[in-house]
Ligand binder design. Structure first.
Ligand code: NAD
Length: 365
């Protein structure tokens, strides 16, 4: 029987409530698929600071390096906000992304038919939306050098950030995007600002060149301003979108509102393919630790559960099992099961555990 080791890092706040539910779902999948998952839990974020003084203890990093995939909750909260930037809880996640070179961030945005009313956009616009935004995560403006501020004699200042990408950085994230598009509806939109930025011109050239390896995927180039408009005007136009770090940061949040609630949004961050072609991956809900509801058992576990689905698909190549998880979530929503964040006034509201019970029941049934 195949065995996969999963590093489980619940972190803080509702991360500690929703991550165990995603583990429960994976156990049910393992039983059904005849696969053994070994779960090894480790500390990260505020919980790690409290226990060890650092947000990413060496043991946690070592576990993540040897695991087949990482299931992550969320980190941070008011208790650790007073700490200096470098030792805050959120550093645990940033350091982990850097150490594992997780360069491709995948964020699906699906508008589930039964949750259309939770979206701020009109039904006629969002109905049928099912897209994936792939954001380059380790390059571009957020990391480019030189960066900093300089003062002028007249008292004025100048601040600098640098947007820079190498061919290699563009190629590896574009390759992930083509591979993902191939597993979806075989359409890829590469988003840039090639009419103004030389970085975007290189981006466009590299993506165009790579497209020759993927003749079955239809590629289009879209300017970032047009993409921002089209996402709220005609989101169904898109299937897979790939873009650089800053554009992706903004567009993936814009795409997120199409889905209605933070509690529904999973994500994956992929690193270099290890020996055997397996992608090291970290899977987490898009939401944070939600201090306002933490400890009450009311958080929506579906983002974490759908993240476990992405883990099956992208790190373990268990495509059918990933589809089981997505179908189970869909059925539970069809049955009208709702947590507080997605319930309409008057609808029965379930807690974290009860909602997950229904998903597990669907998987077992
Ligand atoms: P948040 O995502 O934690 O919460 C935003 C709002 O959405 C809150 O009202 C919350 O109750 C609600 N919400 C979020 N997830 C939900 C769920 N599963 N079910 C129901 N409602 C949900 O964002 P925030 O309030 O800006 O941040 C809180 C803390 O989380 C901060 O310390 C922040 O740094 C941290 N954070 C961590 C991550 C991460 O670990 N990846 C991401 C974002 C924020």
């Amino acid at each position: 029987m195949a065995t996969h080791t999963i590093a489980v890092l619940p972190g803080d706040g509702i991360g500690q409530e929703v991550t165990p539910e995603a583990v429960r779902v994976l156990r049910a999948v393992g039983k059904r698929a005849g696969v053994t998952f070994e779960f090894e839990e480790a500390l990260i974020g505020g919980a790690a600071i409290d226990a060890t003084g650092t947000p990413l203890p060496p043991e946690t990093l070592a576990l993540c390096r040897k695991a087949d995939a990482i299931l992550f909750g969320a980190v941070g909260g008011p208790k650790w906000d007073h700490l200096p930037q470098e030792s805050r809880a959120e550093r645990g996640l940033l350091a982990l992304r850097k150490e594992l070179d997780l360069y491709a961030n995948l964020r699906p945005a699906i508008c589930f038919p039964m949750l259309i009313d939770a979206s701020p956009l009109k039904r006629s616009v969002v109905e049928g939306t099912d897209l994936m935004v792939i954001r380059e995560l380790t390059g571009g403006l957020y990391f480019g050098e030189p960066r900093g501020r300089e003062s002028f004699a007249d008292g004025g200042e100048r601040a600098i950030n640098t947007m820079a990408y190498t061919t290699r950085e563009i190629e590896r994230v574009a390759r992930v995007a083509f591979d993902v598009a191939r597993k979806r509806r075989k359409r890829l939109a590469s988003v840039d600002k090639a009419n103004v930025l030389v970085v975007s011109q290189l981006w466009r050239e590299v993506v165009t060149r790579l497209a020759r390896d993927y003749p079955d995927v239809a590629l289009e180039h879209v300017l970032v301003d047009n993409c921002a408009m089209a996402l709220v005007h005609k989101p169904t136009h898109f299937d897979t979108i790939v873009t650089e770090n800053t554009f992706g940061d903004i567009l993936s949040d814009e795409a997120a509102i199409l889905a209605g609630s933070m509690g529904m949004l999973p994500s994956a961050s992929l690193g270099p393919a290890a020996a055997g072609g397996r992608n090291v991956g970290l899977y987490e809900p898009v939401h944070g630790t939600a201090p306002d509801i933490a400890g009450k058992g009311v958080a929506n576990p579906l983002a974490a559960i759908l993240s476990a689905g992405l883990l099956l698909r992208y790190s373990l190549n268990m495509t059918a099992a990933a589809a089981w998880v997505e179908a189970a979530v869909q059925r539970v929503l069809e049955q009208g099961r709702r947590t507080g964040d997605i319930a309409k006034p008057g609808e029965k509201v379930l807690g974290t555990r009860e909602m997950s019970d229904h998903v597990v029941h669907e998987l077992e049934g």
